[in-house]
Design a protein around this ligand. Sequence first.
Ligand code: ATP
Length: 303
Amino acid sequence: MNIVLQHIAPFVTCKHQLLINFRDSLTIDPFIPPRRKDKVVIVMGATGTGKSRLSIDLAKQFSAEVVNSDKMQIYEGLDIVTNKVTDKETCGIPHHLLSIIDPNEVFTATDFCQRASKAVDSIISKGQLPIIAGGSNSYIKALVNDDIEFKSRYECCFLWIDVNLKILQKFVSERVDKMVKEGLVDEAREFFNPDGDYTSGIRRAIGVPEMHQYFINENNKMINENTRDKMLQIAIENIKVNTCKLACCQRQNILRLESQLEWKINRLDATEAFEKKDGEAHQAWNRIVYERSTQIVRHFRGE
Ligand code: ATP
Protein backbone atom coordinates (compact mmCIF):
# COMPACT_ATOMS: atom_id res chain seq x y z
CA MET A 1 0.00 0.00 0.00
CA ASN A 2 1.19 3.53 -0.71
CA ILE A 3 1.02 6.00 2.15
CA VAL A 4 3.18 8.69 3.49
CA LEU A 5 0.69 11.44 4.01
CA GLN A 6 1.76 11.93 7.60
CA HIS A 7 5.44 12.18 6.58
CA ILE A 8 4.95 14.97 4.06
CA ALA A 9 1.97 16.70 5.62
CA PRO A 10 4.06 19.15 7.71
CA PHE A 11 5.74 20.42 4.52
CA VAL A 12 2.53 21.11 2.61
CA THR A 13 0.63 24.36 3.14
CA CYS A 14 -3.15 24.47 3.64
CA LYS A 15 -3.51 26.03 0.21
CA HIS A 16 -1.64 23.17 -1.38
CA GLN A 17 -3.71 20.70 0.52
CA LEU A 18 -6.78 22.16 -1.09
CA LEU A 19 -5.32 21.87 -4.56
CA ILE A 20 -3.98 18.36 -4.30
CA ASN A 21 -6.08 15.35 -3.90
CA PHE A 22 -3.67 13.54 -1.65
CA ARG A 23 -5.39 10.20 -1.79
CA ASP A 24 -5.40 9.93 -5.56
CA SER A 25 -2.37 11.74 -6.81
CA LEU A 26 0.28 12.30 -4.13
CA THR A 27 1.51 9.01 -2.84
CA ILE A 28 4.98 7.97 -1.74
CA ASP A 29 6.13 4.47 -0.83
CA PRO A 30 6.44 3.81 2.90
CA PHE A 31 9.99 3.79 4.25
CA ILE A 32 11.64 0.47 3.45
CA PRO A 33 14.98 -0.11 5.15
CA PRO A 34 17.76 -1.18 2.73
CA ARG A 35 17.88 -4.97 2.35
CA ARG A 36 20.66 -6.55 4.37
CA LYS A 37 23.15 -8.17 2.03
CA ASP A 38 23.64 -11.92 2.23
CA LYS A 39 27.14 -13.14 2.98
CA VAL A 40 29.42 -15.10 0.71
CA VAL A 41 32.94 -16.39 1.41
CA ILE A 42 35.43 -16.49 -1.47
CA VAL A 43 38.52 -18.69 -1.25
CA MET A 44 41.25 -17.59 -3.65
CA GLY A 45 44.78 -18.79 -4.34
CA ALA A 46 47.06 -20.13 -7.03
CA THR A 47 46.86 -23.72 -8.17
CA GLY A 48 48.05 -26.18 -5.52
CA THR A 49 47.67 -23.90 -2.50
CA GLY A 50 44.87 -25.92 -0.84
CA LYS A 51 41.70 -23.98 -1.73
CA SER A 52 39.59 -27.15 -1.86
CA ARG A 53 40.88 -28.37 1.48
CA LEU A 54 40.19 -25.05 3.18
CA SER A 55 36.73 -24.64 1.65
CA ILE A 56 35.71 -28.14 2.79
CA ASP A 57 37.09 -27.57 6.31
CA LEU A 58 35.22 -24.25 6.53
CA ALA A 59 32.07 -25.81 5.09
CA LYS A 60 32.08 -28.41 7.86
CA GLN A 61 32.55 -25.71 10.47
CA PHE A 62 29.96 -23.23 9.17
CA SER A 63 27.39 -25.48 7.54
CA ALA A 64 28.25 -24.30 4.06
CA GLU A 65 28.22 -25.51 0.47
CA VAL A 66 30.98 -24.99 -2.08
CA VAL A 67 30.67 -23.34 -5.50
CA ASN A 68 33.57 -24.18 -7.83
CA SER A 69 35.24 -21.28 -9.65
CA ASP A 70 37.94 -23.19 -11.56
CA LYS A 71 37.20 -22.75 -15.27
CA MET A 72 38.49 -26.22 -16.20
CA GLN A 73 36.88 -28.15 -13.34
CA ILE A 74 33.50 -26.87 -14.52
CA TYR A 75 33.79 -29.33 -17.41
CA GLU A 76 33.05 -33.03 -17.25
CA GLY A 77 36.15 -35.20 -17.54
CA LEU A 78 39.88 -34.91 -16.83
CA ASP A 79 39.36 -35.41 -13.09
CA ILE A 80 43.04 -36.20 -12.49
CA VAL A 81 44.49 -33.63 -14.90
CA THR A 82 42.41 -30.76 -13.47
CA ASN A 83 42.84 -32.00 -9.90
CA LYS A 84 39.16 -32.17 -8.95
CA VAL A 85 38.22 -33.13 -5.41
CA THR A 86 37.24 -36.76 -5.09
CA ASP A 87 33.91 -37.82 -3.57
CA LYS A 88 35.80 -38.96 -0.48
CA GLU A 89 37.58 -35.61 -0.15
CA THR A 90 34.31 -33.65 -0.28
CA CYS A 91 33.30 -35.33 3.03
CA GLY A 92 29.68 -35.07 1.89
CA ILE A 93 29.79 -31.29 1.42
CA PRO A 94 27.70 -30.41 -1.66
CA HIS A 95 29.81 -28.97 -4.49
CA HIS A 96 28.20 -26.86 -7.22
CA LEU A 97 29.47 -26.15 -10.77
CA LEU A 98 31.78 -29.15 -10.75
CA SER A 99 31.77 -31.37 -13.87
CA ILE A 100 28.53 -29.84 -15.18
CA ILE A 101 29.46 -28.73 -18.72
CA ASP A 102 30.08 -30.86 -21.81
CA PRO A 103 33.87 -30.93 -22.45
CA ASN A 104 33.46 -29.50 -25.96
CA GLU A 105 31.15 -26.64 -25.04
CA VAL A 106 32.16 -22.99 -24.89
CA PHE A 107 31.67 -21.70 -21.36
CA THR A 108 32.20 -17.98 -20.70
CA ALA A 109 32.63 -15.72 -17.69
CA THR A 110 29.05 -14.53 -18.28
CA ASP A 111 27.83 -18.15 -18.14
CA PHE A 112 29.77 -18.53 -14.92
CA CYS A 113 28.11 -15.45 -13.40
CA GLN A 114 24.64 -16.77 -14.19
CA ARG A 115 25.32 -20.28 -12.89
CA ALA A 116 27.21 -19.13 -9.82
CA SER A 117 24.52 -16.58 -8.84
CA LYS A 118 21.87 -19.30 -9.13
CA ALA A 119 23.94 -21.69 -7.01
CA VAL A 120 24.60 -19.02 -4.37
CA ASP A 121 20.88 -18.18 -4.28
CA SER A 122 19.89 -21.78 -3.75
CA ILE A 123 22.49 -22.26 -1.00
CA ILE A 124 21.26 -19.15 0.83
CA SER A 125 17.63 -20.21 0.49
CA LYS A 126 18.57 -23.39 2.39
CA GLY A 127 20.05 -21.26 5.18
CA GLN A 128 23.59 -22.37 4.32
CA LEU A 129 26.72 -20.29 3.74
CA PRO A 130 28.03 -20.19 0.13
CA ILE A 131 31.80 -20.64 -0.26
CA ILE A 132 33.10 -19.90 -3.75
CA ALA A 133 36.48 -21.58 -4.30
CA GLY A 134 38.74 -21.83 -7.32
CA GLY A 135 41.71 -20.36 -9.12
CA SER A 136 40.00 -18.58 -12.03
CA ASN A 137 40.33 -15.00 -10.92
CA SER A 138 38.74 -13.63 -14.08
CA TYR A 139 35.55 -15.48 -13.11
CA ILE A 140 35.67 -14.10 -9.57
CA LYS A 141 36.21 -10.60 -10.90
CA ALA A 142 33.34 -10.93 -13.39
CA LEU A 143 31.01 -12.10 -10.63
CA VAL A 144 31.99 -9.81 -7.77
CA ASN A 145 32.98 -6.67 -9.64
CA ASP A 146 31.13 -6.63 -12.95
CA ASP A 147 27.82 -8.35 -12.11
CA ILE A 148 25.67 -5.50 -10.75
CA GLU A 149 23.02 -7.92 -9.48
CA PHE A 150 25.55 -9.94 -7.46
CA LYS A 151 27.23 -6.80 -6.16
CA SER A 152 23.96 -5.35 -4.93
CA ARG A 153 22.87 -8.52 -3.16
CA TYR A 154 25.95 -10.03 -1.57
CA GLU A 155 28.73 -9.02 0.73
CA CYS A 156 31.97 -10.94 0.21
CA CYS A 157 34.74 -12.06 2.53
CA PHE A 158 37.92 -12.85 0.58
CA LEU A 159 40.40 -15.42 1.85
CA TRP A 160 43.65 -15.82 -0.09
CA ILE A 161 45.90 -18.79 0.57
CA ASP A 162 49.34 -17.61 -0.43
CA VAL A 163 52.48 -19.76 -0.62
CA ASN A 164 56.03 -18.68 -1.44
CA LEU A 165 56.21 -19.17 -5.20
CA LYS A 166 59.41 -21.26 -5.24
CA ILE A 167 58.04 -23.64 -2.65
CA LEU A 168 54.68 -23.82 -4.40
CA GLN A 169 56.31 -24.52 -7.76
CA LYS A 170 58.25 -27.44 -6.26
CA PHE A 171 54.99 -28.75 -4.79
CA VAL A 172 53.00 -28.50 -8.05
CA SER A 173 55.84 -30.14 -10.02
CA GLU A 174 55.76 -33.12 -7.65
CA ARG A 175 51.98 -33.14 -7.96
CA VAL A 176 52.33 -33.62 -11.73
CA ASP A 177 54.43 -36.76 -11.09
CA LYS A 178 51.64 -38.06 -8.81
CA MET A 179 49.04 -37.29 -11.50
CA VAL A 180 51.07 -39.28 -14.03
CA LYS A 181 51.08 -42.26 -11.65
CA GLU A 182 47.32 -41.89 -11.17
CA GLY A 183 46.55 -41.95 -14.91
CA LEU A 184 47.12 -38.48 -16.40
CA VAL A 185 48.34 -39.89 -19.74
CA ASP A 186 45.26 -42.05 -20.36
CA GLU A 187 42.94 -39.22 -19.36
CA ALA A 188 44.67 -36.74 -21.68
CA ARG A 189 44.61 -39.24 -24.57
CA GLU A 190 40.77 -39.06 -24.55
CA PHE A 191 41.08 -35.41 -25.58
CA PHE A 192 43.92 -35.80 -28.09
CA ASN A 193 43.07 -33.86 -31.22
CA PRO A 194 45.09 -34.97 -34.30
CA ASP A 195 44.40 -31.54 -35.84
CA GLY A 196 46.28 -29.94 -32.99
CA ASP A 197 43.49 -27.54 -31.98
CA TYR A 198 43.46 -27.10 -28.21
CA THR A 199 41.83 -23.69 -28.07
CA SER A 200 38.37 -24.46 -26.72
CA GLY A 201 36.53 -26.37 -24.02
CA ILE A 202 38.39 -28.65 -21.66
CA ARG A 203 41.18 -29.24 -24.21
CA ARG A 204 42.76 -25.99 -22.97
CA ALA A 205 43.54 -27.64 -19.62
CA ILE A 206 47.23 -27.84 -18.82
CA GLY A 207 48.09 -31.50 -19.36
CA VAL A 208 46.32 -31.91 -22.72
CA PRO A 209 48.11 -29.75 -25.35
CA GLU A 210 51.48 -30.67 -23.85
CA MET A 211 50.85 -34.35 -24.66
CA HIS A 212 50.08 -33.71 -28.35
CA GLN A 213 53.51 -34.52 -29.81
CA TYR A 214 53.77 -37.70 -27.76
CA PHE A 215 50.31 -38.94 -28.82
CA ILE A 216 51.07 -38.28 -32.49
CA ASN A 217 54.12 -40.50 -32.24
CA GLU A 218 53.17 -43.10 -29.66
CA ASN A 219 52.02 -45.67 -32.27
CA ASN A 220 54.65 -44.80 -34.86
CA LYS A 221 56.58 -48.02 -35.54
CA MET A 222 59.52 -45.99 -36.90
CA ILE A 223 60.21 -44.58 -33.45
CA ASN A 224 61.97 -46.76 -30.92
CA GLU A 225 60.89 -47.14 -27.30
CA ASN A 226 63.74 -45.06 -25.97
CA THR A 227 62.78 -42.06 -28.11
CA ARG A 228 59.12 -42.50 -27.17
CA ASP A 229 60.01 -42.47 -23.48
CA LYS A 230 62.02 -39.30 -24.00
CA MET A 231 59.01 -37.68 -25.72
CA LEU A 232 56.83 -38.57 -22.75
CA GLN A 233 59.38 -37.09 -20.34
CA ILE A 234 59.47 -33.86 -22.38
CA ALA A 235 55.65 -33.67 -22.30
CA ILE A 236 55.61 -34.17 -18.52
CA GLU A 237 58.31 -31.54 -18.08
CA ASN A 238 56.24 -29.10 -20.16
CA ILE A 239 53.19 -29.76 -17.99
CA LYS A 240 55.31 -28.92 -14.94
CA VAL A 241 56.65 -25.73 -16.51
CA ASN A 242 53.17 -24.57 -17.57
CA THR A 243 51.67 -25.36 -14.16
CA CYS A 244 54.42 -23.31 -12.50
CA LYS A 245 53.72 -20.44 -14.91
CA LEU A 246 50.00 -20.69 -14.11
CA ALA A 247 50.70 -20.49 -10.37
CA CYS A 248 52.78 -17.35 -10.94
CA CYS A 249 50.10 -15.69 -13.16
CA GLN A 250 47.31 -16.50 -10.73
CA ARG A 251 49.26 -14.98 -7.85
CA GLN A 252 49.93 -11.83 -9.89
CA ASN A 253 46.24 -11.61 -10.75
CA ILE A 254 45.21 -11.72 -7.09
CA LEU A 255 47.69 -8.95 -6.27
CA ARG A 256 46.23 -6.93 -9.16
CA LEU A 257 42.66 -7.39 -7.91
CA GLU A 258 43.78 -6.30 -4.46
CA SER A 259 45.53 -3.15 -5.67
CA GLN A 260 43.35 -2.08 -8.61
CA LEU A 261 39.92 -2.90 -7.25
CA GLU A 262 40.88 -2.28 -3.63
CA TRP A 263 39.38 -5.56 -2.46
CA LYS A 264 40.08 -6.27 1.17
CA ILE A 265 41.64 -9.68 0.74
CA ASN A 266 42.65 -11.62 3.86
CA ARG A 267 46.02 -13.12 3.00
CA LEU A 268 46.92 -16.35 4.77
CA ASP A 269 50.57 -17.23 4.29
CA ALA A 270 50.57 -21.04 4.22
CA THR A 271 54.27 -21.37 3.31
CA GLU A 272 55.22 -22.92 6.66
CA ALA A 273 52.68 -25.72 6.12
CA PHE A 274 54.29 -26.50 2.76
CA GLU A 275 57.83 -26.53 4.20
CA LYS A 276 56.99 -29.11 6.86
CA LYS A 277 55.99 -32.74 6.55
CA ASP A 278 53.19 -35.00 7.81
CA GLY A 279 51.91 -34.17 11.30
CA GLU A 280 53.91 -30.94 11.58
CA ALA A 281 52.59 -29.74 8.21
CA HIS A 282 49.07 -30.55 9.35
CA GLN A 283 49.52 -28.62 12.59
CA ALA A 284 50.96 -25.60 10.79
CA TRP A 285 48.07 -25.64 8.29
CA ASN A 286 45.51 -25.74 11.10
CA ARG A 287 47.14 -22.88 12.94
CA ILE A 288 47.95 -20.47 10.12
CA VAL A 289 45.26 -21.25 7.58
CA TYR A 290 42.30 -23.04 9.10
CA GLU A 291 42.06 -21.39 12.53
CA ARG A 292 42.81 -17.92 11.20
CA SER A 293 40.27 -18.19 8.43
CA THR A 294 37.70 -19.54 10.88
CA GLN A 295 38.18 -16.41 13.00
CA ILE A 296 37.91 -14.17 9.94
CA VAL A 297 34.70 -15.86 8.78
CA ARG A 298 33.19 -15.72 12.31
CA HIS A 299 33.91 -12.01 12.47
CA PHE A 300 32.48 -11.50 8.97
CA ARG A 301 29.26 -13.24 10.01
CA GLY A 302 29.06 -11.11 13.14
CA GLU A 303 29.40 -14.09 15.48
P1 ATP B 1 42.97 -16.43 -17.95
O1 ATP B 1 42.28 -15.13 -18.24
O2 ATP B 1 44.45 -16.43 -18.17
O3 ATP B 1 42.28 -17.60 -18.59
P2 ATP B 1 41.62 -17.01 -15.49
O4 ATP B 1 41.67 -16.33 -14.18
O5 ATP B 1 40.35 -16.84 -16.26
O6 ATP B 1 42.87 -16.61 -16.36
P3 ATP B 1 42.85 -19.51 -14.70
O7 ATP B 1 42.18 -20.39 -13.71
O8 ATP B 1 44.04 -18.74 -14.24
O9 ATP B 1 41.73 -18.58 -15.33
O10 ATP B 1 43.20 -20.42 -15.96
C1 ATP B 1 44.06 -20.04 -16.98
C2 ATP B 1 44.39 -21.27 -17.80
O11 ATP B 1 45.06 -22.21 -16.96
C3 ATP B 1 43.21 -22.05 -18.36
O12 ATP B 1 42.78 -21.58 -19.59
C4 ATP B 1 43.80 -23.45 -18.47
O13 ATP B 1 44.63 -23.55 -19.60
C5 ATP B 1 44.67 -23.53 -17.26
N1 ATP B 1 43.97 -24.10 -16.10
C6 ATP B 1 43.20 -23.47 -15.20
N2 ATP B 1 42.71 -24.31 -14.29
C7 ATP B 1 43.18 -25.51 -14.62
C8 ATP B 1 43.04 -26.82 -14.07
N3 ATP B 1 42.31 -27.05 -12.99
N4 ATP B 1 43.67 -27.83 -14.68
C9 ATP B 1 44.42 -27.64 -15.78
N5 ATP B 1 44.60 -26.45 -16.35
C10 ATP B 1 43.99 -25.39 -15.78
